[in-house]
Ligand binder design. Structure first.
Ligand SMILES: Cc1cc2nc3c(=O)[nH]c(=O)nc-3n(C[C@H](O)[C@H](O)[C@H](O)COP(=O)(O)OP(=O)(O)OC[C@H]3O[C@@H](n4cnc5c(N)ncnc54)[C@H](O)[C@@H]3O)c2cc1C
Length: 492
């Protein structure tokens, strides 16, 4: 009889683990607390407006193609990924704008507004990072190694020295770009990984590189169209998914995960349990063993607005990022409160895909970075923070010619860090999971195999390799390999 694996949570990490395990012959059940699968990549529909709740930028499309391919299917038969080029537009208060693109000539012209010899600098940046990107994926990102020795053993040593691990992302970018504006723009992705380009390892220059070189993608119908396609394929190959089924506890006997207990008291026996819930949150669900007690360094929280606007917003681009005048101060303030000069991101998917809004209307997603719940402290006034964010975002948009009158916002949903925590079990209201500073990557990140409890595994943003949709899909593949190799070593 095939082994039964129970997966807690149907985020993309959980769904990917389910698909990989199912193709390997396991009997797989997924228990999800919410009515819809997708986790942070969820969907709100109100009066004809369709909002993607979290991720809006898709990169590394081959990761999703491979997920379908392991099941013998072709992704194109389920969902269409469209290239978005130009991809992201950055705005500064002084009126400067920078538009990113995968078209070398166009991008170099954009950069030449800020930096001299932009062609040569861009060329050097791309070729250095192409090598780094390949090196990281060939040797480190997909490694299931749990110790530093095993992690770096197969790696050519001269390549290790060129990874930029011991300088910050900002210093790494400064090797190529003198302009502080260009560095602020390309370094702004650090927020998703830990908070600041002045702290994050320079290795993560592969992030802006990946976006420039391989482009940004948009699933026709919205991000949730991709989630739905993955759910559909999982069910077709035999994964059983139970929504509205919160798990209350993971039951341990003789130091081994034996079953999960649902909120309604049902006990589901398992040969192995995979938690797709944040690793620190999972620790609170373990019954029958001593959980890890440690400090977790989390990425920031977010306040997100979902606006249905009763007119076309034709002055905005699909992805726009509004940078503060002094990013260093803004990142430092973000550790405890909202920065004085708010950085924020908006996505207007109806610019590329009218199907996500009623005719003549726009769907707008706004992401304002915020501190985590514990960093802000119990006295922090979240209602005031939401109100201030709403007003400042509208004012700043207006300043850049993207006027949205409050009367035109006919639908609004707002999620602050406590909503994110409550809806998806996100530890401390952190939006992107565990941070990616030097001591939280590779073998220093929580392994996808619990170190104390046998047959308890993890998939998703807080384990290896890290956060972001492609990474959590890869984490699903990695945990499946881990379970198989553990089983083989028990049999031998
Ligand atoms: C606002 C925002 C914007 C983002 N933007 C991007 C982007 O543009 N591009 C990108 O690639 N990434 C982005 N990310 C990051 C990306 O969303 C995450 O890395 C990824 O979705 C995490 O997937 P996951 O599988 O690890 O976990 P999750 O999506 O968190 O899924 C975990 C699942 O477990 C379920 N669960 C929790 N507790 C229980 C329980 N007790 N019982 C049963 N089920 C439970 C939850 O409901 C959830 O469905 C963004 C994230 C946020 C929040």
């Amino acid at each position: 009889m095939s082994q039964r694996v129970v997966i807690i949570g149907a985020g993309l990490g959980g769904l990917s683990a389910a698909i990989h395990l199912c193709t390997m012959g396991y009997d797989v059940e997924v228990y999800e607390q919410n009515p819809l699968v997708g986790g942070r990549a969820n969907r709100i529909e109100t009066n004809g407006f369709r909002f993607d709740t979290g991720p809006s930028l898709i990169n590394y499309p081959w990761v999703f193609e491979q997920l379908f391919a392991v099941t013998g299917a072709c992704m194109d038969d389920y969902v269409e990924l469209l290239p978005l080029d130009p991809s992201v537009t950055f705005f500064w208060r002084n009126g400067n704008q920078l538009q990113l693109s995968s078209d070398f000539q166009y991008l170099a012209e954009q950069l030449s507004q800020f930096d001299d010899a932009a062609h040569a600098k861009l060329s050097a940046f791309l070729s250095a990072n192409q090598e780094r990107f390949r090196f990281l994926f060939d040797y480190l990102v997909l490694s299931n190694a749990e110790t530093i020795g095993k992690w770096i053993a197969p790696v050519p040593k001269q390549g290790l020295m060129r990874l930029g691990m011991f300088r910050s992302l900002d210093r790494e970018l400064a090797r190529f770009f003198r302009s502080e504006s260009v560095r602020a723009a390309l370094g702004s992705y650090a927020m998703y990984l830990g908070g600041s380009p002045y702290k994050l390892p320079g290795t993560f220059s592969i992030l802006p590189f990946g976006e420039l070189y391989y482009g940004l993608w948009y699933p026709r119908g919205g991000i949730y169209a991709l989630v739905e396609a993955i759910r559909r394929r999982a069910v077709e190959i035999g994964v059983r998914i139970f929504c509205n089924s919160p798990v209350r506890a993971i039951r341990i006997e003789s130091n081994r995960a034996r079953s999960v207990e649902l909120e309604d008291g049902t006990i589901v026996a398992a040969d192995a349990v995979v938690s797709n819930v944040d690793v620190p949150t999972t620790q609170t669900m373990i019954v029958g063993a001593v959980p890890h007690r440690q400090q977790w360094t989390m990425t920031p929280g977010v306040i997100t607005f979902y606006w249905g606007v009763r007119r076309n917003i034709d002055t905005a681009h699909h992805h726009c990022i509004f940078l503060p005048s002094d990013p260093r101060t803004a990142y430092a303030q973000l550790r405890r409160r909202l920065p004085d000069d708010l950085p924020f991101y908006i996505c207007v998917p109806s610019r590329s895909d009218p199907s996500v809004a009623p005719a003549g209307c726009s769907t707008v997603f706004v992401l304002v970075p915020a501190p985590t719940l514990s960093a802000a402290g119990p006295a922090f006034d979240w209602d005031a923070a939401i109100e201030r964010s709403r007003q400042e975002v509208l004012q700043r948009l207006d300043m850049h010619g993207i006027a949205i009158s409050p009367q035109d916002i006919v639908v609004e949903h707002v999620w602050a860090p406590h909503e994110w925590r409550q809806r998806f079990g996100l530890y401390d209201g952190s939006a992107f999971g565990l941070a990616h500073n030097l001591w939280n990557i590779g073998p220093f990140r929580p392994s996808n195999r619990d170190r104390r409890v046998a047959r308890l595994y993890y998939a998703g943003a807080s384990t290896t390799p890290g956060t972001g949709l492609p990474m959590v899909v890869l984490s699903g593949a990695m945990v499946a390999q881990r379970i198989v190799s553990d089983e083989h070593s028990r049999v031998r």
